[in-house]
Design a protein around this ligand. Structure first.
Ligand SMILES: Nc1ncnc2c1ncn2[C@@H]1O[C@H](COP(=O)(O)OP(=O)(O)O)[C@@H](O)[C@H]1O
Ligand SMILES: [Mg+2]
Length: 184
């Protein structure tokens, strides 16, 4: 692993990005950039979604702000469901989680019904993974975190960073979940 690299940790809300990124930063040191926090602190919003009610992030401004806080001389972990929009990164880790497990996590988090449905369906379709792949191609590594402990997820990320494990994309497929009839 180069000490001057940037890795992004992305995925649907609830898959474990923030907790895993904190563990990774504890383990390896380096500069942790929390994208959601940055967007709030710098007020990088261009309005509110009229239907869903959430704030819409100004992606070009977000990318500029990310680049300002990235430390060129150190190892950077950029974390958040929009982190893959950061173009200048060496590796993108997409954390995936089975939709039925994600459903329970988001309900526990107190998300309303519509928000749970939207995020769980996005995970089943692999929306975030596909976006990351469109932007970063062979620099994207997907991890199916279903049934893995945080330490196991961490070990896999470190193996990829150290080149012990190849960067792989496309092996996680939750589309079948749509046929299971878990209704909303
Ligand atoms: N591998 C894991 N196994 C079990 N629970 C996990 C795992 N990773 C994260 N969690 C839990 O899932 C919840 C969501 O994690 P969080 O890191 O906030 O997700 P995100 O940042 O992707 O929205 C937290 O309660 C966290 O403790
Ligand atoms: Mg988070």
């Amino acid at each position: 692993m180069k000490m001057d690299s940037i890795i992004c940790i992305t995925g649907t809300p609830g898959v474990g990005k923030t907790s895993i990124s904190h563990k990774l930063a504890e383990e390896l040191g380096g500069n942790l950039v929390e994208v959601n926090r940055l967007a709030e602190e710098k007020d990088l919003f261009i309005g509110e979604d009229p239907v869903r009610g959430y704030k819409i992030v100004d992606i070009p401004s977000l990318c500029r702000e990310i680049m300002k806080v990235v430390d060129e001389d150190s190892f950077n972990i950029v974390e958040g469901h929009l982190s893959h929009y950061c173009r200048i990164c060496d590796l993108v880790i997409v954390l995936r989680l089975h939709p039925s497990v994600l459903l329970r996590r988001l309900e526990e988090r107190g998300y309303d019904h519509r928000k749970v449905k939207e995020n769980v369906e996005a995970e089943a379709l692999g929306v975030c993974a596909y976006e990351a792949y469109q932007l970063h191609d062979d620099r994207v590594h997907e991890i199916d975190c279903t049934g893995l402990s945080p330490d196991e997820v961490l070990d896999e990320i470190i193996s990829v960073l150290e080149g012990e494990k190849p960067c792989t994309f496309g092996g996680v497929d939750f589309m079948e979940w749509f046929l299971g009839g878990e209704s909303f």
